[in-house]
Design a protein around this ligand. Sequence first.
Ligand code: DX5
Ligand code: ZN
Length: 216
Amino acid sequence: MKRIIAPSILAADFNHLGRDIEMINNSEAGYIHFDVMDGVFVPNISFGLPVIEHVNKIARKPLDVHLMIVNPDALIPSFVNAGASIVTVHYEACAHLHRTVQYIKKLGAKASVCLNPHTPVSVLENIITEVDMVLLMSVNPGFGGQSFIENTYKKVAQLRELIDRNKLECLIEVDGGVNYETGKNLFDNGADVLVAGSFVFSSVNPAETIRNLKNL
Ligand code: DX5
Ligand code: ZN
């Protein structure tokens, strides 16, 4: 397993976004996580292409773009052109997921599929060999700062078993309610990447919090 921390800029200070991106650049974070929300797939609107285009100008870590949007196919090229290295689409938003995954990879980005808390890992049986990462939501998507859903540990273990059984390199990323306690349990159950927003940006020393999460 890898131990990658992906700070979510959803919780950053948008009045000082450049400062927060430089903090991430100089930290032990592996990715910069962008929670893109359209107000339709999830009951909130966050930010879109302009933010990613501008951050890409100063970012020194891969941009990990989480699309909580309907009809992601229409905007995948724009997000890749804006600088996305990893594009995550929701299983629940894709009628033709295999085609969408192939499309992301054809455009040169890593393809990742996200499962909402209610969606079982078993739905990935026939696509797991095609994806570079699976993102498991440990909160209901739409807002930062929510409480961690405990059933996620079981889903991480199930996904780890599916990946290892197929001898794949696919990463397991978890998003929502990550702190020192949930983060350690997630790594112990086989997660590779932890998305952390409020726990990192509400801390006194975000860079130190990132380092501590990585070393759990
Ligand atoms: C939910 C968002 C959050 C965010 C991280 O749609 O995806 O999970 O990334 O939130 P916290 O503040 O729980 O780390
Ligand atoms: Zn996310």
